[in-house]
Design a protein around this ligand. Structure first.
Ligand code: HEC
Ligand code: HEC
Length: 362
């Protein structure tokens, strides 16, 4: 009882202090183990923005032909992927790449499978919205019409007004981007059996097989955690007050089509951005959280199961002069492979996949 009073009093004091300085009093309710996400100075987070962003994320009016929303490809039940090897856009155009999970997307240093330049969710979003090769949402050339779709609808105007108070024309493409980015920052996941074991001292949360698999994953022999690291089991992460880290990209030896390490023309990874030959086939190590529900795997969906992904690493990929030194292969028994799969499955956070706050507004 006394504790409750104290907490209420503290929250009260904090909200007064914040409002006195005009700072948004948004409160992150983060599970243990996760740091506070970094938020750009020009897009402070607030509940009305998150609410609006959530609506827009599921709104088909946001595509050129009215048939697609972000959620057409980023579906909650699949940890915001789509179950396809390669994405298909609003006009049926095939994407060269597989849809990425949005699990803990706020913490990424860069966005996309292989783009060193996309540093914020706001910058990333212009890609699916305006892309022409291939078309995703297909907004290019329809921007004014899209904004008109929302400014002619009273409920939308009210929601934009609440999210961007004091702005004379709150319904704008820029504010669509800002609010969806705010919603994306709330897509945090840290309630898997692995989290309960690690951060909440629940020693029964993981099976014996998953625990053996965990030791394999973090072992020097397998070396998985050299690239899938830290609380997000991913490449480098960032968060509030983190020191600046550079992104990392690796060639994991998926292809060598010309004997000199080339990847197929359709997608050559970071090299397509930098035009630097050394970047051939280099991609970002994605988070492995919820990976059991995001098949098929890799940037092009070319690996169908977790077993097959492990076999790829055990073989050490293909022979290639461009392959990362860390991809060298290792012996693994069928039992160990099952254990490693059990570990990867223990990264599934069921509450994240079903939390109504991340679903469409009903
Ligand atoms: C046609 C399917 C499709 C649609 C529609 C789509 N995306 Fe994506 N999304 C993808 C694909 C494919 C990638 C990987 C892109 C790449 O690496 O080039 C991706 C990547 C992302 C990423 C990067 C994740 C990471 O970890 O780096 C974010 C964030 C994202 N999408 C958000 C959105 C938002 C917001 C919308 C709606 C405005 C949207 N997407 C619409 C298919 C789609
Ligand atoms: C050299 C760094 C590196 C090491 C070591 C590594 N990975 Fe990866 N991992 C990556 C990169 C990069 C990708 C994306 C590759 C691509 O799409 O071309 C990836 C992708 C994956 C994927 C597919 C994820 C998805 O969403 O499609 C799985 C599963 C995976 N790794 C598991 C493992 C396991 C298990 C190990 C240890 C046996 C391991 N990785 C070791 C860098 C690495």
């Amino acid at each position: 009882m006394r504790v409750t009073v104290l907490v209420v009093a503290l929250v009260f004091v904090f909200s007064i202090r914040h409002s006195a300085f005009g700072i948004d009093s948004f409160h992150w309710s983060l599970p243990r183990g996760l740091p506070v996400p970094r938020v750009p100075a020009d897009n402070s987070i607030s509940q009305p923005k998150i609410e609006l962003g959530r609506r827009l994320f599921y709104d088909k009016r946001l595509s050129g032909n009215g048939s697609y929303s972000c959620a057409s490809c980023h579906q909650q039940a699949f940890a915001f992927t789509d179950g396809l090897a390669r994405a298909v856009g609003s006009t049926g155009a095939e994407h060269a790449r597989s849809t990425m999970t949005l699990t803990n997307v706020a913490y990424n240093v860069t966005y996309g499978w292989a783009d060193s330049g996309l540093r914020t969710l706001e910058a990333q979003m212009l890609v699916p919205m305006l892309n022409e090769h291939p078309i995703e949402m297909g907004l290019k050339g329809h921007e004014a019409r899209i904004v008109a779709r929302f400014s002619s609808d009273r409920a939308s105007v009210a929601a934009f007004g609440a999210a961007f108070p004091r702005e004379p024309a709150p319904v704008s493409l820029q504010n669509i981007v800002k609010s969806i980015a705010s919603f994306e920052r709330t897509l945090v996941s840290a309630d898997s059996p692995f989290d309960r074991y690690l951060y909440r001292d629940d020693k029964n949360a993981m099976s014996a097989a998953a625990l053996r698999g965990k030791d394999l994953f973090f072992s020097e022999t397998l070396g998985c955690s050299e690239c899938h690291a830290s609380f997000n089991l991913s490449g480098p992460v960032t968060f509030e007050r983190a020191t600046r880290v550079e992104p990392l990209f690796h060639n994991t030896g998926l292809y060598n089509v010309n004997g000199r390490g080339a990847y197929p023309r359709t997608d050559r990874g970071l090299m397509d951005r930098t035009h630097n030959a050394a970047d051939m086939g280099r991609f970002r190590a994605p988070t492995l959280r919820n990976v059991a529900v995001t098949a098929p795997y890799m940037h092009d969906g070319s690996i169908e199961t977790l077993q097959a992904a492990i076999d790829h690493y055990a073989r050490g990929g293909v022979t290639s002069p461009l392959k990362s030194k860390r991809i060298k292969g290792f012996p693994i028994t069928p039992e160990q492979r099952r254990d490693l799969v059990a570990f990867l499955e223990s990264l599934t956070d069921k509450s994240f996949l079903t939390n109504p706050a991340f679903g469409p507004v009903r």
